[in-house]
Write a protein that binds this ligand. Structure first.
Ligand code: 6GU
Length: 259
C-alpha cells in the first residue's frame, strides 16, 4: 500500500517542488507514495486571508492562529461533518516540524515507515499557537541542531528519508540496506573508472575479482571511516574482539594520515 503524506503549510509549492524531483518524483508518479499539500491560508479567519496574529504576553512577531491549522488538519484526516480528534499514531501520525523536536535519525525514519499516513505541520517565520499543537501533534521532530526559516524543508527531508524505504521506491530493493547509517555505520568509499586518475589509483583489491577479499576490504574501510568521521556511531557498534583486531591490522597495514 502507498505511503501517504499530508503537509500543512503556507508554502505548498516549496514542498512539492522538492518532492516532485528525482526519485521521490518518480515514486509519486507511479503511486508508491502520495503527497497532499494543504494550504493553511485556505482556512483563513477572514476574507483578507489572515492566518496569524500578535502574541499574547507581548513580544515581536506573529503566531499562526489555531483555527486555520485545525481546519487544515481536519481536511488532511479527511473528516467532514462532526469533527473528532482521534489519535492512532501507529497508523496516522501527526508530526510538527520544529527545532525543539527530537532530532531525526535513521531509526526514527525506519519507525515512521510503519505508519500509513503522516501529517506534517510546518510553521513559517513565526510559531504556532501551543493549544492546537497540544491537541493535534503526536510527535515533534527536528532535522538537526540549527534553525531554519520554516518547517517546509524539514518536511521535505523527512518525506525523502521515509520514501526511499517504501518498497519499490528505490531501483534496487537491497540498495538502502547497504548505505550509510542503515547498519549503524558509514558506507565504504566507492570508486569507478578510470582505474588511475591524476596518478591516484583505485585500491588494488577492488580490481582483483576476489569477492571475499573485496567484501572484507569494504567492511573494514566502512568501519575505519565510521571510527574517524563519526566516533559517536562507532562507539554504538557491537564489534567482536576479532573484528577489532582485524580493524587494527587493516589500519596499520594501510596507514592513513587521518589515523
Ligand atoms: Cl523541523 N524547523 C525549523 N524551523 N528549524 C529547524 C528544524 C525544523 N529542524 C532543525 N531546524
Amino acid at each position: 500500500m502507498a505511503m501517504r503524506f499530508s503537509v500543512l503549510t503556507l508554502f505548498p509549492e516549496l514542498v512539492e517542488s522538492i518532492a516532485q524531483t528525482s526519485i521521490t518524483g518518480r515514486a509519486l508518479k507511479n503511486g508508491h507514495i502520495e503527497l497532499q499539500t494543504i494550504q493553511i491560508r485556505d482556512f483563513a479567519i477572514n476574507a483578507y486571508g489572515q492566518v496569524d496574529d500578535a502574541l499574547y504576553g507581548g513580544g515581536t512577531g506573529m503566531l499562526l492562529r489555531p483555527e486555520p491549522v485545525y481546519a487544515a488538519w481536519l481536511q488532511a484526516t479527511g473528516q467532514t461533518g462532526q469533527p473528532e480528534v482521534v489519535h492512532h499514531p501507529e497508523k496516522v501520525r501527526t508530526i510538527f516540524l520544529s527545532p525543539k523536536g527530537r532530532v531525526l535519525n535513521q531509526a526514527m525514519v525506519e519507525e515512521l515507515t510503519t505508519c500509513q499516513h503522516l501529517i506534517l505541520i510546518c510553521g513559517h517565520y513565526e510559531g504556532i499557537d501551543q493549544r492546537v499543537l497540544d491537541v493535534l501533534v503526536d510527535e515533534e521532530v527536528s532535522i538537526g541542531d540549527y534553525v531554519l526559516t520554516g518547517g517546509e524543508i524539514a518536511a521535505a527531508v523527512l518525506i525523502d528519508a521515509v520514501s526511499r524505504l517504501v518498497p519499490g521506491v528505490l531501483p534496487d530493493q537491497s540498495a538502502h540496506e547497504l548505505e550509510s547509517h542503515s547498519l549503524g555505520r558509514l558506507e565504504h568509499p566507492q570508486y569507478t573508472r578510470p582505474s588511475s586518475w591524476q596518478g591516484l589509483k583505485v585500491p588494488e583489491v577492488l580490481l582483483s575479482g576476489h569477492q571475499a577479499r573485496i567484501d572484507r576490504f569494504q567492511y573494514l574501510s566502512s568501519l575505519k571511516d565510521t571510527l574517524v568521521k563519526r566516533p559517536d556511531l562507532f562507539n554504538q557498534l557491537q564489534l567482536s574482539a576479532g573484528e577489532y583486531q582485524e580493524l587494527i591490522e587493516y589500519t596499520c597495514q594501510d596507514p592513513d594520515p587521518l589515523l
